[in-house]
Design a binder for this molecule. Structure first.
Ligand code: TRP
Length: 364
């Protein structure tokens, strides 16, 4: 069986370091592993509209930003098909048939959707499209016969719902849909990067993000203002590393070769941590070290972004060609689905013949 990846992001803003460690970097590694026969990366604008329907302009402006972030992070359009969800009407078509395979109470039970409803104060007035977006996500995944869906923890309920839909479809009609697996990041350091203020999550509304497109000085400034250990007042004070954002980021980004390059007085992160805990190591020093590491990581991303920014026409062309390719694949799946559901009337010779025979007999 071919190994096929499908995943994507809602284009509600530029991508930040949280997206990078949580998903983007990993996609590039999966892409470059050569283990996958096909890779589809989707800009999920239609899903983003389910809770931004009154602000399509925000989504519209961010399509190209997310595409630039993808390309600059190292997704290669010759290997990974980058496409825009709304340009594949076949996904909407599949969604409509899959909606018959879920109950309203099941939709209400999805824990991620539940949390999002609360967050958006939708309780009294949930848009039906929002409640149903997990079904559209099942369409996204199955349209490409995806076997592997690299996602974060919060997306596991979507995968579970997708698998349920696949099983029902295959049992009721014909077994043509593929049950996907989530490809979850094992390392908890990468699962959720805190904001620069130490809050649990990087989020645009909290203003605690480092964006992939931030210029070097901005990154440095954000790091120098980063939340550390409020009890570590003087350099000589013993410091805490738990909940200390600088160390959390070092856990995510620091590699052994960074020490000889940027901080040769230390040999390892363990040694650095031990010194901080004992006292005598100042915040500025660890922040400078983190800054060197992050600048090095972000430099090639920034450079690629600058190149692509020079030719936005080419970026649109990549999305357009990707969407055409995605549409061909999704179209073939819709054909299969309609055949399995026996609603492919004009290709259904058996049905046409049966009716011909019936009326021929009756009118004889
Ligand atoms: N729900 C995902 C998110 O919020 C985006 C998404 C839409 C997606 N369709 C998908 C992810 C299909 C994986 C597979 O980030």
């Amino acid at each position: 069986m071919s190994k096929i990846i499908l995943t994507g992001d809602r284009p509600t803003g530029r991508l930040h370091l949280g997206h990078y460690v949580g998903s983007l970097h990993r996609r590039v590694i999966l892409q470059d592993s050569g283990e996958y026969d096909k890779i589809f990366i989707m800009i999920a604008d239609a899903q983003a509209l389910t809770d931004n329907f009154d602000n399509p302009e925000k989504i519209r402006q961010n399509i190209i930003e997310v595409a630039l972030d993808y390309l600059s992070a190292g997704l290669d359009p010759r290997v990974s098909t980058l496409f825009v969800q709304s340009q594949i009407p076949e996904l909407t078509e599949l969604t409509f048939y899959y909606l018959n395979l879920v109950t309203v109470s099941r939709l209400y039970r999805n824990p991620t959707v539940k949390a999002e409803i609360q967050l958006r104060n939708f309780e009294a007035n949930i848009p039906a499209g929002f409640l149903c977006y997990p079904v559209s996500q099942a369409a996204d995944i199955t349209a490409f016969h995806a076997t592997d869906v690299p996602v974060g923890q919060d997306q596991l309920p979507m995968l579970e719902q997708t698998r349920e839909i696949v099983r029902r479809f295959n049992a009721i009609y014909q077994p043509i849909l593929t049950e996907p697996e989530a490809l979850l990041e094992e390392n908890s350091v990468y699962q959720r990067l805190p904001g620069t203020d130490g809050k649990a999550k990087m989020s645009k509304s909290l203003g605690n993000c480092i964006y992939l497109a931030d210029p070097p000085q901005v990154v440095e400034e954000k790091i120098m203002n980063m939340y550390t250990d409020p009890l570590h007042v003087k350099v000589s004070d013993p410091g805490h590393i738990e909940g200390n954002t600088v160390f959390t980021y070092l856990d995510a980004f620091c590699r052994p070769e960074h020490f000889p390059e940027f901080l040769p007085e230390y040999e390892s992160l363990e040694q650095l941590k031990a010194h901080y805990q004992k006292g005598g190591l100042g915040d500025v020093k660890i922040k400078r070290f983190l800054n060197r590491i992050l600048q090095k990581e972000l430099e090639p991303i920034r450079r690629r972004r600058k190149e692509y920014e020079k030719d936005i026409g080419a970026v649109y062309q990549i999305l357009k060609e990707g969407s055409q390719k995605a549409r061909n694949t999704a179209g073939a799946t819709v054909d299969q689905v309609k055949r399995a559901m026996r609603i492919d009337y004009f290709q259904d010779g058996e049905l046409i013949k049966a009716h011909m025979d019936k009326y021929e007999n009756e009118n004889r």
